[in-house]
Design a protein around this ligand. Structure first.
Ligand SMILES: NC(=O)c1ccc[n+]([C@@H]2O[C@H](COP(=O)([O-])OP(=O)(O)OC[C@H]3O[C@@H](n4cnc5c(N)ncnc54)[C@H](O)[C@@H]3O)[C@@H](O)[C@H]2O)c1
Length: 349
């Protein structure tokens, strides 16, 4: 039984407490928040868990084997570094940290202390995303031309990070997973309407090898809640709508260009309108699957898909996108060697 301490009981933390409490091989033994009202509400709902206002209490307790950090992004590195140095397996909510230097530091501390570092890229543990990956891997969609996504809602507005760092880690992590590689370059535009220093709306373009594109639109200033991703392949197209009952739909649609034509009149595109179907998906709660994977990685002493290196890869894209945002949507190249092989080796010992 892995004993878990959860730090941060705001909007998201209580969901993590519930999931770890419901797993057969983990139990939440401690919770921590600076806000006493939140501690009281949580322990009323989950009696038997020891509450504390102090992070140090959790990190020095002999009641915990692992910690889950669900505090604001700006605090992730500071709390996670201390947790790793205390010899605790550490789950950090997304994004892993506020810079790639911080992520590298956490990866090295996890390796030095021989503990697991895990990041909350929850969608990489979700059945619809696994289904999209399967449709790509088995060739049903053909070659992927581009992936576009929209993640919109009215709020919640954050003060410590912009909409890009708050919302786009989900879309970026899914796109990198589906395409199996880092982008070569990014560009990003945005609008900072409510607070001059914090962007509320961002449009991020990710350039991948072979002219493949990822387009991410995020906003917390929109009347509609949308969680949609479209994968356009040379054979078929797939749409993943996380708000629908049937989350993935496959469209046998496309446009084929003639291989060659000697005259302009003969150059005709042919449109394909075929069937649409919704593949069966073995749905389980993604958050619970994510928590189960963290516990499995501890028990099996094996890294997970969403380990520290994965956290670093997403933060590198966010950093480059931020640089583009500050320089009028300039194209920012991503060094393919940024995730240094030595760091990957360190993380996977
Ligand atoms: N995976 C997802 O879908 C998802 C969804 C929402 C939020 N998140 C992530 O979860 C994290 C928290 O987000 P939230 O919306 O719950 O934020 P929140 O502001 O609602 O809650 C944060 C909590 O942390 C507490 N806190 C802050 N610093 C602390 C400290 N030093 N010691 C103890 N407690 C401290 C605050 O009092 C607050 O209760 C963020 O990293 C966010 O990106 C992930």
């Amino acid at each position: 039984m892995i004993r878990v301490g959860v730090i941060g009981l705001g909007y998201w933390g209580p969901n993590l407490v519930r999931c770890f409490s419901e797993l057969p091989n983990s139990k939440v033994t401690m919770v921590c928040d600076r806000d006493v009202d939140r501690l009281i509400r949580l322990t009323e709902r989950f009696p038997g868990i020891r509450p504390t206002e102090s992070v140090d209490d959790v990190l020095s307790s002999d009641l915990v084997d692992a910690v889950v950090i669900a505090t604001p992004t700006q605090t992730h590195h500071q709390i996670a570094a201390r947790a790793l140095d205390s010899g605790l397996h550490t789950f950090v909510e997304k994004p892993l940290a506020t810079s790639s230097a911080e992520c590298r530091d956490l990866i090295q501390r996890a390796a030095a202390n021989n503990v697991r570092l895990f990041v909350g890229h929850v969608f990489l543990h979700s059945a619809p995303v696994n289904k999209l990956r399967e449709l790509i891997d088995n060739g049903e969609l053909g070659e992927v031309c581009y992936i576009s996504s929209t993640r919109l809602n009215l709020g919640p507005v954050r003060q410590d990070v912009n909409a890009l760092w708050d919302l786009a880690p989900h879309d970026i992590s899914i796109m990198l997973h589906l395409l199996g590689e880092q982008p070569t370059a990014v560009s990003c535009t945005g609008l900072a309407h409510l607070n001059r220093r914090v962007h509320d709306v961002c449009n991020l373009t990710l350039h991948f090898r072979d002219d493949r594109l990822g387009i991410v639109h995020v906003s917390w200033l929109d009347p509609h809640k949308k969680r949609e991703m479209t994968v356009v392949g040379t054979r078929k197209m797939a749409v993943y709508d996380d708000l629908q009952q049937e989350k993935v739909k496959v469209y046998n649609k496309g446009i084929d260009a003639p291989s060659h034509s000697s005259d302009f009149g003969g150059f005709q595109y042919s449109y394909r309108y075929g069937d649409t179907y919704s593949p069966w998906i073995n749905e389980s709660e993604p958050l619970k699957a994510e928590c189960a994977e963290f516990i499995r990685s501890i028990i099996d002493e094996e890294d997970s898909l969403t380990d520290g290196v994965n956290g670093l890869q997403i933060v590198q894209v966010l950093e480059a996108a931020d640089a583009s945002l500050r320089h009028g949507a300039a194209r920012v190249e991503l060094n393919q060697e940024l995730v240094a092989p030595d760091l990957v080796a360190v993380a996977h010992v």
